[in-house]
Design a protein around this ligand. Sequence first.
Ligand code: PGA
Length: 254
Amino acid sequence: MATRPFIVGNWKMHGTRAMLSEARAIDRAAQRLMQVEIALAPPFTLIHPVRREAEQIGVGAQDCHPADGGAHTGDISAAMVADAGAGFVILGHSERREGHGEKDKLIAEKGKAALEAGLKIILCCGESMDKREAGKAIEHVLKQIKASLPAGIEEAGEKLTIAYEPIWAIGSGKAATTEEIAEMHSAIREFLVKTFGEEEGAAVRILYGGSVNADNAAEIVAVDEVNGALVGGASLSAESFMNIVLAVQEVIAN
Ligand code: PGA
């Protein structure tokens, strides 16, 4: 692993203030595990409280609106999540694409707004089982990334992270195999180098997501071109999340 691994917990629509104790426990443990970069993306309502209480970990949002502000009832702008204390935003998650009909173009616009608000981006991509069985997984994922990248992104290595999350692996308890992950991550890396040049393209982190847990995290992050993980279900308790981080730390130590 060339870069410091990045382990991000995506809390999705889970968490009230009662869960702040988990965030605090994650933050305390993170202070002893500095070789791994750790972050949480709680629901909007918990961004500010988590940021206020956590010293070590990064805090991000799970979405933002492309506009600066205006008549968009129920939406939240990039500047608002930045103001609440977020340092990054997850964009293009398959649950947003499926549940809210988000298309690549909209995701690219959200990305532009996020960068303008000073946020980093974790851009999600991933194929359905149908696409994989049709032998079109790589083609689909690269097309998705290309179309949902914000135009003219500078310092991509610093500002952009890609999360490869096969839809069939999310919440299913069945992660992709290390062979499937290796093949996809190497294709994504090749695309990034072609798009951003040797240095910047190599510096963009590529995370794997989809049923990552403490038992499979070590072998997944040991795969070439895997720079960390985006973790859903297993990030909801400090114990299961930190067991993932510990497993990743072991890989670095060896
Ligand atoms: P999961 O979710 O770890 O529960 O599979 C990952 C994600 O959707 O980010």
